[in-house]
Each structure stands twice: as C-alpha cells, then as structure tokens.
Ligand binder design. Sequence first.
Ligand SMILES: [Zn+2]
Length: 335
Amino acid sequence: MFSSVMKYNGNDAEAGRILDSFLPDRIFDAHCHLLDTSLIPTLAGEGERVVLGAEKYREEMSPLLRFPRELRMNAISYPDAAMRERKSGLIEKSDAFLLGELEKDETLVGEIVVHPDEKEEDIEKRLVDPRIRGLKCYHNLSNVSDTWQASIGDYLPRSAWEVANAKRMVITQHMVRDGALSDPDNLEYIRETAKSYPYATLILAHCARAFASWTAVESAERVKDLPNVWFDFSAVCESPAMIQILNKVGVERCMWGSDYPVCRARGKCISLGNSFYWIYQKDLDAFSSKTRMSDHLIGTENLMAVRQAFLICGINEDGIERFFYGNAKSLFDGE
Ligand SMILES: [Zn+2]
C-alpha cells in the first residue's frame, strides 16, 4: 500500500508553484503517520519494508510544502486491525516506534493508539513522554462485525475521554458510518462526550470524514457550539466540506494535516453519488478522455482544495497562518 518512494510529476510541480505563494512560512502538520511497515502486519505482507520516519517525511514532503519553512508534526501511530488482539504486543511496538521518533526530533508531538478495552490506568501508563499529546482511535479495532458501520463508542472507550480530559489531551477521531457527522448516532455521541469532557479536544479528522462532501455540509453547524470539537482537513480533496466548516465553525478550530503517507499516493478522493471513492493509480490507468487529463498526488489535491476553500471564504493571511500553524501549536503545546 505504501511504496518506498513518493513520486512527483510535472503537474505537482506546477501546483507547487501556485501553493508556494499560498502557504505560510511555518507549518504544523496536525495529522500525519510515521511508521515502519514491518511492525504493521497488514502492510508487512505487501512487499519490501518501508520505514517512514520524521526525517523521511521532511525529505519527501519538501517539494510539496516548499521547504525551507519551519515544520512541526503531530505523528499519529498507525492503527492496524491486528492490534485488536491486545496480546499481540503490536500496540507496544507502535508506541516504541513513536517514542524513537520523538527522541530523534524534539519538535515532534505524537498520539498513541487506544484499544477499546483499555482502562484508564492502562492508557496512563503508556503516557511515558510529555510529548504524547493525544490518543488515536480507529474503527478497525472495534469488536463489531462490520466495523465500517461501528458507533464511535465501539472504538473510542470512555476511559480515553477520562484520560484526555484529566490531562488536557486531544483525541483524533476518523469516524465511520455512511453519513459520517450527519449520522444521528455519531452526532449524538460527539455532542454528549464533548460536553461531558470539556478539557479534552476532539479532532474530527478529514473534515469529520467528509470524503462525501454532503455529510459535513449538512451537519457542520451542529457542532459549532462545542468549543472542544475541532477539525483537521487532511486527505480531503474537495472544497465544499472545508468551506462549510470554515463558514459555520470558523478557522480558529481548524488545522491542516497531510495524512502522510496517504498523501504520497497519486489520485484523489471524490464525492460520488451520496458516497465517496478513492481514485488511485489503477483507476487513472483505466481512464481515457478526449481532452487533456492530468493527475496529482493526493497531497497536492488536498492542498489545492484547501487553497480554493480559503479563496472562496476570503480568509486572510492571519487565518491562513493559524490554520497551518498557530492553532496546532497552541493545541498541541497546551498554550
Ligand atoms: Zn490518518
């Protein structure tokens, strides 16, 4: 799934020149994954070992983010379905990898994966570095048969909220179910927990997983009154959900994320009907068109969609700086 190289083409380079005058001097990537595929069973079987650490990130993302700029990252441990088997030790291995990265780069902060069965004390004893600032939950660790339809409570335990609230940490949550934030079950859960745990910050990843734009367009306003519900705009490749969130909630609770290494792939995630679809290289290879057709890396698509959203919403330089850097800095540094 993750190749050993991130390959830019001429279209990415052209977009990069446009992005150069849009991106601010400092960037804090609020949602990226650093990983070693050999520690992740689902990825390990897919061929050669790929190690994507902070240093590799800086090197690979440089053409897209136009370094030298000040760059910081929130490295989120990669959740793998095999972690569901708690005794596998895979969560401990991913913690160790993250700690190694934190040690190598003092500007990094990170998030550890929480297992739905963990008690507060289980989570607390894994918080061995103050730069572990967040908890990551994912549907593939839940115990339900179709995890794509899991309720948030199936994969995000109350214990995680208790810990995050007590320690003023963040929870990054990529929700599932077809309606995402517009799903009544998801929305009710978010409203109830955000109010019950006001010192924890819930980050709704991928514009509240608005890969199908309508889901956030229809619902973003419903979390406007919850100051501890934030959004990251990672991996979304279309503007409508971004525009709605910026208009209804405000740039103050929004952050940019690359979703590295997802952004390394060529293609785009598109709204399709009332669902969504990830166009990857295999699809691009099958496309044919009478007019010129180009393609971008997902990372380029995302940044171009963000730029369009900011242009449409008329967000000024100060707002752009907050979105790409200031909001994440104050959230993750606890200022
Ligand atoms: Zn992610």
